[in-house]
Design a protein around this ligand. Structure first.
Ligand SMILES: C[S@@+](CC[C@H](N)C(=O)[O-])C[C@H]1O[C@@H](n2cnc3c(N)ncnc32)[C@H](O)[C@@H]1O
Length: 323
């Protein structure tokens, strides 16, 4: 079952106009995810340079029982579920009342939910196509009624938001999940610059294709006239901001049409396609605390590349997960 709350084309146009007015120009990262973008993202996850998916999946498989014990009973609500594969060990360990997948990528969400349903035939499954950062509340659906909500947000997707945006999103998740909720969230940590830059510049070129697909999407959905050959993909580590910046860099002075307007680009000017902020555990917990979440537990891979944090509402007196 799927509920479609995808932003209307007029909302997309408004967001794009707002992003193109920034300096540097920057579009919402979710625009990268149409059906083709989701397919390309899955290919990135398979690349040898991109260890995040493998490491987080292995950690979930190894520690699912402990994570399930910390989460307790309820409905699992996954934000940005993508292909919804990582959650399977958790669902098997937890046996939740239902699983609800939220994702912006409408055409990818339905098959992802069907495949998950085939792996967990007895589990009630609901897909909601939406922008979770702008959702007022979760739909009033029987699967969600009267159940504790257990948020799951893997993939270090919080890093796509700048720190004020990440703070707002963590508050938004508190609101959407409600009282006595939990949030299990995967956070990638800063590491050697060579590894970070390699991960977002895979040799096979999938990261580049993923970024260029944004231009194809803008041309199709917002009547744009971008030429992919005129924009080169770049990704670099910005140590001061603790983030990878990903951009399409204009190769010449040019003017591009989109959403009924014209936008000038200078040669060398970047269009930021997404950021990926990285947080060490202490920095992340400080951010989470400012949003009203308290760290109850944390699991890390042996190399300390990433963490899965279990958060509880700061004003909750539930001691299920220790201090
Ligand atoms: C980096 S991928 C992670 C996918 C998967 N959770 C994982 O860990 O591999 C981000 C996913 O979130 C979705 N997404 C990104 N921004 C979103 C938003 N604002 N609202 C809903 N879904 C979003 C994308 O479509 C994509 O499937």
């Amino acid at each position: 079952m799927l509920i479609d709350l995808h932003p209307e084309p007029a909302d997309m146009a408004r967001l794009v106009v707002e992003g193109m007015g920034r300096s540097p120009k920057q579009l919402p990262a979710w625009l990268l995810y149409d059906a083709e973008g989701s397919r390309l993202f899955d290919a990135i996850c398979e690349q040898p340079e991109y260890g995040l998916t493998r490491t987080e999946t292995a950690l979930l498989e190894a520690r699912a029982d402990a994570m399930a014990a910390g989460l307790g009973p309820g409905v699992v609500v996954e934000f940005g579920a993508g292909s919804a594969r990582k959650v399977s060990p958790l669902l098997s360990a937890l046996g939740p009342a239902a699983y609800v997948a939220l994702d912006i990528s409408a055409d990818h969400l339905a098959p992802a939910c069907r495949a998950l349903q085939a792996r967990h035939p007895d589990l009630p499954v609901l897909g909601i196509c939406c922008d979770y950062s702008h959702l007022d509340h979760l739909p009033d659906h029987p699967m969600l009624k009267g159940q504790r909500r257990l948020g799951f947000y893997p993939g270090s997707s919080l890093g796509n938001f700048d720190p004020p945006g990440a703070l707002a999103l963590l508050r938004q998740f508190r609101r959407l999940l409600g009282p006595d909720s939990r949030l299990l969230i995967g956070i990638d940590q800063p590491k050697a610059v060579e590894r970070l830059e390699a991960a977002y510049n895979d040799r096979a070129g999938w990261s580049e294709a993923f970024a260029h697909n944004l231009l194809t999407r803008l041309n199709r959905d917002l009547d744009g006239d971008f030429s992919a050959a005129d924009f080169r993909y770049r990704a670099w580590w910005d140590v001061a901001q603790s983030r990878i910046a990903m951009a399409l860099v204009s190769q010449r002075d040019q003017e591009v049409r989109m959403a009924g307007r014209h936008w000038p680009f200078r040669a060398g000017e970047p269009l930021i396609t997404e950021y990926s902020y990285k947080y060490g555990p202490a920095a992340f917990l400080e951010l989470a605390a400012a949003a009203g979440w308290r760290g109850a537990d944390r699991w890390s891979d042996p190399a300390g590349d990433l963490s899965l944090h279990l958060l509880v509402q700061a004003d909750s007196d539930d001691q299920r997960s220790g201090p």
